[in-house]
Design a protein around this ligand. Structure first.
Ligand code: ME8
Length: 495
């Protein structure tokens, strides 16, 4: 078993509160971190805000606030969002913190000393939306293809450049010896193709921006936001770098895969660090068929959403609607249908039936043989270990459907407990139901912690935090006690 596990989310730009797309990346990292913690692995999960960006300066001006006052307010809003969504991160980093400035200056100096950073005058069109200079091929009708509402800025300034071109061969060699470095495979192939096309050195400083980390070897310039942002992943582990680095997984969206899959590797190597182990890349989703945008008014606020529905409904839908890595569409109608079918009906039904039957025989039972198979558990672990969250959840629901079918076939409600042979059969069916439902709930624990713990307590087989999730799953209960019927675990939405 792995000694430690370190997972990260992107650090989100702090000029807006997190929307559902940002929350998607955080839910993925959170679920994987929960599984790791429940498996008794020493786990670290970092997130935070990307503050040294022109976007933050502009938004502060629009809000008529001093930049740091605005950044403080927004960092607090980000933390409040993650708390409301029960995202259990262990580290929250702000790139304006002094620990981050000190660390970034240290790595900049290292790369400067070894000749990977040099001075040059740069001329080009800059997009503040992307925080990058744009090539002719990225420009459509005089504007950035991704930010058609913004004017491109013509910049000409003395800049420091990072010698990315030097690392081209090393990056290609790394990719060929690390076939699982970028998931899914399509993104891995895209990067290789891009690198083969030739890598150009990139500018890592700005003369005109005043908000950012000053270069240690030329304080008249500040670091380019991406150079500073990527190093957040190392700043957070400065308390014990050799234990935590390399990171096990960076969860990122497909929009930022080039920064992580190319720039980041070269920047790390240049400063004397190893590459992270894996980039888990998510797709993008649209909302009811349209790109999420403020002007359309379809940006979903995840906090309002879980307030109106529930965290479990949001996580269930985000994880089952499309596998990680694929693009998808968020349909509110489908989200409700999925919730009703899977949590309210399938799991809810199995729970209600188990409780109703148990109460028929006084709520108590003892048993001395194992009644569940290990096959599903093995499959579950192998899916969770490769972070296949969609099929791990689907496996648990398929399992619940099978047990519901088994109950339908055995019609235990027709049995007469006054007849000995009937009573024996009822007990056997019931124990089978409880032992399997218990396994299903444990499998779903990293996704729906609160409700699954509640379910386990209600069927008289509480989760044991003293042992690992694997051990909890490996043991069948030898008895249970159910005191009362209780409210539905998941109230159906609509009719
Ligand atoms: O890029 N669907 O921050 P950011 C799915 N600060 N995921 C989405 C999404 C959508 N429609 N929209 C955004 C930055 N995301 C940088 C990162 S890391 C060193 C610096 C998710 O606030 C996706 O994971 O723009 C994407 O990578 C992230 O939000 C971008 O957040």
């Amino acid at each position: 078993m792995q000694k430690k596990f370190f997972i990260t989310t992107p650090i989100y730009y702090s000029n807006a509160v997190p929307h559902i797309g940002n929350a998607y990346a955080s839910f993925i990292a959170d679920t994987i971190a929960r599984y790791s913690r429940l498996s008794n692995v020493d786990t670290r999960f970092s997130t935070g805000v990307d503050e040294n960006s022109q976007k933050v300066v502009e938004s502060a001006a629009t809000a008529d606030m001093a930049v740091m006052d605005y950044a403080d307010m927004m960092a607090k809003k980000h933390q409040d969002t993650w708390d409301a969504l029960d995202i259990r991160y262990s580290d929250f980093i702000r790139t304006t913190e002094s620990r981050h400035r000190d660390f970034v200056q240290k790595v900049l100096q290292k790369s400067f000393d070894n000749g990977d950073i040099y001075e040059w005058v740069y001329k080009g069109l800059y997009c503040v939306g992307c925080e990058t200079f744009k090539k002719e091929t990225d420009i459509v009708n005089g504007r950035c293809a991704d930010h058609p509402n913004r004017e491109l800025e013509q910049l000409s300034e003395k800049n420091y450049f990072f010698r990315l071109s030097k690392y081209q061969d090393q990056i290609l060699e790394f990719y060929s010896s690390h076939p699982d470095f970028v998931k899914p495979r399509t993104r891995y192939n895209e990067i290789i193709e891009f690198v083969r096309g030739g890598l150009e050195d990139f500018s890592i400083s700005r003369e005109t921006n005043k908000f950012g980390i000053p270069l240690p070897f030329d304080p008249s310039q500040v670091t380019y936001v991406w150079y500073d942002a990527l190093f957040n992943y190392l700043t957070v582990v400065q308390d014990d770098e050799s234990k935590w680095w390399p990171a096990d997984i960076h969860v990122i969206g497909k929009d930022i895969v080039k920064f992580h899959g190319i720039y980041w590797l070269a920047m790390l190597w240049s400063a004397g660090y190893e590459a992270p182990k894996q980039l888990l890349t998510t797709g993008y989703f649209t909302v009811d068929g349209q790109k999420m945008s403020k002007s359309i008014g379809n940006v979903i606020d995840p906090v309002a959403y879980v307030g109106e529905y529930s965290r479990d409904m949001l996580v269930l839908y985000l994880f089952t609607a499309f596998p990680i890595g694929e693009d998808g569409d968020f349909s509110q109608e489908q989200a409700i249908l999925t919730f009703n079918a899977k949590l309210s009906n399938n799991i809810g039904n199995l729970l209600n039936r188990s409780i109703a039957l148990a109460l028929k025989i006084g709520g108590k039972l003892e048993w001395d043989i194992s009644v569940t198979s290990t096959e599903k558990v093995e499959k579950y672990h192998s899916l969770m270990e490769v972070h296949d969250l969609k099929w791990s959840i689907e496996l648990a629901f398929e399992y619940a459907s099978e047990i519901n079918k088994y109950v339908d076939e055995n019609t235990p409600w027709k049995l007469d407990i006054e007849i000995d042979s009937d009573k024996e059969k009822l007990e056997s069916v019931l124990f089978h139901m409880i032992a399997n439902l218990r396994k299903i709930a444990i499998m779903l624990l990293p996704f729906f912690d609160i409700k699954m713990r509640e379910l386990l307590s209600r069927i008289g087989t509480p989760y044991d935090d003293a042992i690992s999730l694997t051990e909890n799953l490996a043991r069948d209960p030898v008895s249970f006690f159910i005191a009362e019927k209780g409210e539905p675990l998941y109230m159906r939405i609509g009719k």
